[in-house]
Design a protein around this ligand. Structure first.
Ligand code: HPA
Length: 276
């Protein structure tokens, strides 16, 4: 069995053979956010199943491919579909593609997800810029021997969510009049949604959002030295219990689809600005 470092570079070589330009930014699209990929030009798609060592998404609501293309002239790699711990993979496996993105030359990582709203002021469809996280997933992506070529043994998490990038997105949100809230994301394993008592626990712990993804990706991205920004769309309001209702995947997708257009205009403006 080859080492993690070797596997990353085998995946990288496979992808690089198919691309002509390097991208410094990558975007991970979560549940219901696939539409953004359609706004890219001159796209090249690589199914995850073709890439050596990539896991394969088992979630039907997610696509399963890398899309390379241009947004306002800026080269970009999109992960259309991500991997989750609840699919049966380890946290190290689900974050392998993040390491490959870094090896490909990516410096900034924009992650999106659908999340449950714990902050009682949040409403369905709100867009939240994640400022921090609480990791309660049972498997840490950096568990095991550390390869110093990839990152430090004990990466600092003080500045996991890049302040400069957050300020840029806040500025853009003011100029185009899109409310962009702040929040702490609590990562749980799923795949069952939380009980009312668990949502209350999330609130007591200091979370504004709860979800089943993203946190392992952020940890590995920071291990690799990437700058990270995360957007959550509030798919369902979870707290207080008096306003809690049953949630289905269809509802989550429908709420996220509606807000994804707003999030997309924020991203559009960002890439216009990068290109200026
Ligand atoms: N819990 C966990 N993950 C989620 C939720 C939720 O209520 N909504 C969307 N993703």
């Amino acid at each position: 069995m080859s080492s993690l470092y070797e596997r990353i570079h085998q995946s990288k070589a496979f992808i690089e053979e198919r691309l002509s330009v390097k991208a410094k930014t990558a975007v991970v699209l979560g549940t219901g956010l696939g539409e953004f990929a359609h706004s890219l030009t001159d796209t090249i798609e690589i199914p995850y199943s073709d890439i050596p060592h990539f896991p394969v998404s088992t979630v039907e609501s997610h696509q399963s491919k890398l899309i390379f293309g241009f947004k306002s002239g800026v080269p970009l790699i999109i992960m259309a579909g991500r991997f989750h711990y609840y699919e049966g993979y380890t946290s190290a496996q689900i974050t392998f593609p993040i390491r490959v993105l870094k090896a490909l030359g990516v410096e900034k990582l924009l992650l999106t997800n659908a999340a449950g709203g714990i902050n009682p002021h949040f409403r369905e469809g709100d867009i939240v810029l994640v400022t921090d996280h609480i990791n309660l997933l049972p498997d840490h992506p950096l568990r095991g021997p550390n390869d110093d070529r990839l990152g430090p043994r004990f990466p600092d998490m003080m500045h996991a969510y890049d302040k400069e990038l957050r300020d840029t997105f806040k500025e853009i949100s003011y100029t185009i009049n899109i409310p962009l809230l702040d929040g702490v994301y609590l990562g749980l394993q799923g795949p069952s949604l939380e009980t009312p008592a668990e949502y209350r626990m999330a609130h007591v712990l200091g979370a504004d959002l709860v979800g089943m993804s993203t946190v392992p990706e952020v940890i590995v991205a920071r291990h690799e030295g990437l700058k990270v920004v995360v957007f959550s769309i509030v798919a369902n309001v979870c707290f207080p219990k008096s306003i809690l209702t049953e949630t289905t995947l269809e509802q989550v997708i429908s709420v996220v689809n509606k807000s994804s257009k707003t999030l997309q205009s924020l991203l559009d403006k960002y890439f216009d600005k990068v290109n200026e």
